[in-house]
Design a protein around this ligand. Structure first.
Ligand SMILES: Cc1cc2nc3c(=O)[nH]c(=O)nc-3n(C[C@H](O)[C@H](O)[C@H](O)COP(=O)(O)O)c2cc1C
Length: 180
């Protein structure tokens, strides 16, 4: 698949076939995400893969009470990936000082680059994904995410049961200004 075709064709998928995803394929996709750029190549993003139906159903039921729409999507996904990132490295110097005024927030940027790369690699492999930023506060503890990591987002992964149209995009004219 051509890169631009992959970038433009990827959609957020919120309904999946009831079909498991091979763990070797999940590893392959995460292996591709490892090639995403990161702050000074710190590679802080880590992935907790949940492919047990009962565990996914529990998260869908108990940890999306703030936004049950996400619970509905998670409940249909054969795989849920908790994207986490190691704290205190991205944007942080060896002596612990912050490199820029954004302090340690570069962690979010790195995890975002990695997550989009994961979604594109999944699409290339015929899989659908949706990134989720809305879930209940207690999920990190429930998943036993270590204290030195931040739970950044969730990604549902599976074989798509739908083929949605692309939500409208802004025109290039709206997005771009060339400096005079
Ligand atoms: C940081 C981030 C958080 C998101 N959170 C959610 C979410 O909680 N639930 C959801 O259904 N979609 C979520 N999305 C998906 C967006 O709604 C989706 O990317 C957008 O509508 C564009 O659609 P497309 O991905 O099909 O191009 C999120 C996307 C990003 C990048």
């Amino acid at each position: 698949m051509e890169a631009l075709e992959c970038i433009k064709g990827r959609r957020s998928i919120r309904d999946f076939e009831d079909k498991p995803v091979d763990r070797a394929l999940i590893n392959e996709i995460i292996g591709a995400a490892a090639y995403a750029p990161s702050w000074k190549n710190t590679q802080v993003t880590r992935y907790l893969v949940i492919d047990d139906k009962a565990k996914i159903a529990e998260i869908a039921k108990d940890y999306t009470t703030c936004f049950s729409y996400n619970g509905n999507t998670i409940g249909k996904a054969p795989v849920l990936i908790a994207v986490t990132a190691l704290k205190g490295r991205s944007g942080v110097e060896k002596d612990g000082s912050f490199t820029t005024k954004r302090e340690g927030n570069w962690l979010m940027f790195d995890a975002g680059c990695a997550t989009q790369t994961l979604c594109l690699a999944a699409y290339e492999k015929g899989l659908g994904t949706v990134i989720m930023g809305i879930f209940d506060d207690g999920l990190s503890a429930h998943l036993q995410i270590p204290e030195d990591r931040e739970l950044v987002c969730l990604v549902c992964l599976g074989y798509p049961a739908v083929a949605p149209e692309a939500p409208k995009r802004k025109s290039v004219e709206e997005l771009v200004t060339f400096a005079e």
